[in-house]
Design a protein around this ligand. Structure first.
Ligand SMILES: [Zn+2]
Length: 166
């Protein structure tokens, strides 16, 4: 089991693993600087980049022909962010995920609202690289608010709404 930090190995195992305490420190710093709402957005963006970076390194091994629900749980084990116990592709544009043992929720503690912003960004980053569609991720229930599991909804980012075609 990795303890965190930078581990360099040949092949697909090579990536930077961010320990839970570092996520907590980053969240605290960002919240003090920017307030809770903006901090959540920055943590999401940072997680997204980490998920993308992980996938860019492991793509050669991950079969791009497979769906998100087939590939994601195996990759997710290596992130140390939690354990995916259920994943369901509702459509090509929506995936629902249940996660146990969220590292982020554990270090953040009780917040009365979903708090795994880095984690949901990470999920969206992985899904975006895997599918070549821009995914966003919402956390609908969270261990931080006293639930048993964290539930995430991955949805394709509504490009067409934001940038209407002429
Ligand atoms: Zn959570």
């Amino acid at each position: 089991m990795r303890k965190g930090g930078h581990e360099k190995k040949e092949g697909s195992e090579s990536f930077v693993y961010m320990p839970g305490e570092a996520i907590k420190s980053l969240r605290t710093e960002l919240s003090n600087l920017l307030g809770e709402k903006l901090a959540a957005g920055v943590l999401f963006r940072f997680g997204f980049r980490c998920g993308e970076a992980l996938m860019e390194r492991t793509m050669s091994e991950a079969n791009t022909e497979k769906g998100i629900s087939e590939v994601l749980p195996g990759i997710w084990e290596h992130t140390g962010l939690g354990k995916i116990v259920k994943i369901e592709e509702i459509s090509e544009e929506e995936v629902q995920i249940e996660q146990e043992a969220s590292t982020e929720a554990r270090v953040i503690g009780n917040t009365d609202e979903p708090s795994c912003h880095y984690t949901r960004g990470y999920l969206a980053g992985i899904a975006t690289i895997l599918s070549k569609k821009k995914f966003y991720c919402v956390e609908t229930t969270c261990i931080s608010e006293g639930k048993d599991r964290c539930n995430f909804q991955l949805v394709v980012f509504p490009h067409k709404v934001l940038v209407p075609k002429k």
